[in-house]
Design a protein around this ligand. Sequence first.
Ligand SMILES: Cc1cc2nc3c(=O)[nH]c(=O)nc-3n(C[C@H](O)[C@H](O)[C@H](O)COP(=O)(O)O)c2cc1C
Length: 355
Amino acid sequence: MENLKLLTPLSNKALNFKNRVFMAPMTRGRSKDQVANELTATYYAQRASAGLIFTEGTQISAQAVGWTNTPGIYTPEQIAGWKKVTRAVHEAGGLIFAQLWHTGRASHPDFHGGELPVAPSAVPFNSQAFTPEGIKPSVTPREMTLDEIKATIADYEKAAQAAKDAGFDGVEVHGANGYLPAQFLEDGSNKRTDEYGGTVEKRARFLLEATDAAIKIFGPERVSVRLSPRIPYNDMGDSNLEQTYMYAVQALEKKHVGILHFMEPSTLPEGVKPLAPGARERFSGIFVLNVGYDRKSAEQLLESGLADAVSFGTLFISNPDLPERLRQDAPLATADASKYYSGAEEGYTDYPLMA
Ligand SMILES: Cc1cc2nc3c(=O)[nH]c(=O)nc-3n(C[C@H](O)[C@H](O)[C@H](O)COP(=O)(O)O)c2cc1C
């Protein structure tokens, strides 16, 4: 049997990961009333052989929600629901981080009694929201006041504490895919002229304060930050992506953040400069790369030294025992995309282990 680097252990000062096959965060839309449940626990426990599980995006407050039937982490009921999950994952020998999520402008008035979702600035944009009544066009958000920004940072801290109370091993600040921290960071969505907008230092402040809030509760080694400069999802854009994100990475490095979870398609279009190498260079913690990797490309990536671990999304949906399948180079099942964001057991907990 070939020895895969993917299956070798990895550690930092606080955590020992049994392999480098991490499970990427994935919204599955099965948390009725925003509470993770027994089925959620079964799903994640089935995948506990991952070196680390990142949960699906988990809203930090009522205002943060922007997707139907996603779990929260801000009420006692939600904490109790997640306790079932962390217990089941730990019993199965896994590690699990909660992904702290604020959707910002990507939310919709349907989640807020008709009120507008909030964002750094009231900039119109072209996207869609997954509301309880189905997919609807995004709306122009309302600009957050300074007091609301402070209160939102406090929500990150409360959510991190709630995650600790629920038994999570750490948290990930979701700074990717055009949600609130990314909306602050990129200048296409941030037109503020106060201390949270303008220069890159000011635009990065929100992300960094949210990260500080998580560090305050968990310490730096148990905090991950997810970034996705090359993913324009949610109509994102910045006039100097490289400068913006390299500044953010350097600032995270100064905070000794444990994990940088960087999204960049494994193959970029001709002429598009990859930003992962520059981020890797500037960051001394655990560097996790994602998007579009398979057994071969992930192994090559680790061998090249460009990342310490790879996170897999869709492959983990349909292959609960993915690390073992990679070890054996066994056939991989394909996920049913029609069951990604809603439903019950089907397409969720009914993918079998290898025969
Ligand atoms: C069904 C589904 C839900 C997702 N939800 C989230 C999410 O909640 N948070 C997040 O950061 N990324 C989310 N993503 C992105 C994945 O984490 C990952 O980046 C993507 O699947 C690419 O990795 P892959 O090529 O290994 O599938 C989601 C992807 C899918 C397919």
